[in-house]
Design a protein around this ligand. Structure first.
Ligand code: FAD
Length: 460
């Protein structure tokens, strides 16, 4: 079969996302050029010139596709013939229920497989401009080169491309004790009742506040990676750094108790109040406002469960601050991951505001398939939001709150609830099984429908 130049898919960045996107497209018969800047241009985290290099831990996290959302994503990617998953499976290391990977043979094999594919070309060199025409996927990751990042910023506006994340912990709404917490916006601000009750408030007495500050100061913290310039700007200091500046700082900052009345004990004035804000349209996730942190994960759960109302909190994700180039995808990308202002460009991977090797590869898989459909004139049905893949892409392209958008791991809080099941901790096992059964069935149907995808109408 001969291909015209306009059929070629160009992918910038041969990391987790770019490699998977290239594989999906090439396997579907589309010629692909991967533009990868390494080894000519290096990043502070990568060590080799290999594609799909794992820059830090060697874990793809839980492989449990029945009870864990990332395990479900593994399952969906395997079902779609994903290169990253099949190569990871071949280089699996013993790690209990997790999928740990022998990193060097893994990335060497991904590189060799792609280079050997008759439809894949790897061109070494940095791309520093946004392409004006042709089919492109930008998958340049958290360490996108400076020149390309500037070009993206010039297109999207400075507010829409971040260079550091500042992730506050996110709590599952159904794990918050509403006999202690209450819903109210400070000074009841807002036109509608929904706005006046937009925040979830957790009150603290003086003793509880003092113990909380002690715990924050004593907690184990992580350091920035070597070469990763510390990215604190005053608007988003880690809470423990705020606490180090003075024991009262938090009480005059994110934990100030003013403008709030405890709905359960109206006569008791709280010494401090922790506020949580809705994090997704479904209302299943809440983030702890202003609580970005460099505390270690174990310390975070211990310290945050000291907050009244969060004693039994389950965390959809814990906080962090990292060097991370990412877009405000909910405003910039359409549902097919295209840049609204330049639809010939899709984005994939961590730069879209997902977090992690697996999530990045998953968004590459989807972007690759969507690009193939476009090039071959097919229309794919939307990916069901009840699948892990669909929940993630729906979140980043619209389900998340755009104003406070921060990178997200896949988690069950992103899934539309299954009706009629018991909430809370007790019902969790059955609930997760229902989510994953539903997802597997819908993902299988979706994959099947993409084989027979309808031809695009001439108007499209
Ligand atoms: C220091 C650090 C540690 C991390 N640790 C973990 C971890 O332990 N576990 C985890 O799950 N996730 C981790 N992540 C997050 C993230 O999941 C990984 O970075 C993941 O590799 C992202 O996949 P990606 O394909 O989006 O980007 P990458 O895998 O980084 O791939 C992007 C590729 O684009 C290339 N590139 C960049 N700019 C250009 C350009 N202008 N032209 C051509 N090529 C370009 C890069 O060289 C790179 O190969 C970490 C991130 C960082 C920065």
């Amino acid at each position: 079969m001969t291909h015209s130049p306009s059929d070629v898919l160009h992918i910038i960045g041969g990391g987790m996302a770019g490699s998977e996107a290239a594989w999906q497209a090439a396997q579907a018969g589309i010629p692909v050029v991967i533009h990868e800047m390494r080894p000519q241009v290096e990043t502070f985290a990568h060590r080799t010139g290999n594609l799909a290099e794992m820059v830090c831990s060697n874990s793809f996290r839980s492989d449990d596709s029945e009870q864990n959302a990332v395990g479900l994503l593994h399952w969906e990617m395997r079902a779609a013939g994903g290169l990253i998953m099949q190569t990871a499976d071949r280089h699996r290391l013993p790690a209990g229920g997790a999928l740990a990977v022998d990193r060097d043979p893994f990335s060497e094999e991904v590189t060799a497989t792609l280079r050997a594919h008759p439809l894949v070309t790897v061109e070494e060199g940095e791309i520093s401009e946004l392409p004006a025409e042709g089919h492109w996927i930008i998958a340049t990751g958290p360490l996108t080169s400076g020149a390309l990042a500037e070009a993206i910023r010039a297109e999207t506006g400075a507010e829409s491309l971040a260079f550091f994340d500042a992730i506050a912990p996110i709590v599952y709404a159904d794990s918050i004790d509403m006999d202690t917490a209450w819903m109210q916006s400070r000074y009841d601000k807002g036109e509608t009742e929904e706005e006046q009750k937009a925040y979830l408030n957790c009150p603290m007495t003086k003793d509880q506040y003092e113990a909380f500050i002690d715990a924050l100061l004593a907690a184990d913290k992580t350091e920035f990676h070597e070469g990763e310039t510390a990215g604190y700007f005053d608007g988003c200091l880690p809470i423990e750094v705020m606490a180090e500046r003075g024991r009262e700082t938090l009480r005059h900052g994110p934990m100030k108790p003013v403008g709030l009345t405890n709905a359960h004990k109206p006569d008791e004035k709280a010494w401090a109040v922790v506020q949580l804000r809705r994090d997704n349209k479904l209302g299943t996730l809440y983030n702890i406002v202003g609580f970005q942190t460099k505390m270690k994960y174990g310390a975070q759960t211990e310290v945050f469960r000291m907050i009244p109302g969060l004693e039994n909190a389950s965390f959809a994700r814990l906080g962090g601050i990292h060097r991370n180039t990412f877009l405000n995808s909910p405003t910039l990308l359409d549902g097919e991951m295209r840049l609204r202002s330049r639809p010939n460009i899709r984005f994939a991977g961590q730069i879209t505001g997902v977090e992690g090797y697996v999530e990045s590869a998953a968004m590459g898989l989807l972007a690759g398939r969507l690009a193939v459909a476009e090039i071959t004139g097919k229309t794919l049905p939307p990916v069901p939001a009840e699948t892990a893949m669909g929940a993630l892409v729906t979140h980043i392209t619209g389900g998340a709150e755009a104003k406070t958008f921060q990178p997200m791991n896949v988690n069950f809080g992103l899934f539309p609830p299954v009706e009629g099941l018991k909430g809370g901790r007790r019902g969790r096992k059955d609930r997760y099984k229902a989510y994953t059964d539903r997802a597997k069935s819908l993902w299988t149907d979706w994959l099947q429908s993409t084989v027979t995808g309808a031809e695009a109408s001439p108007a499209e």
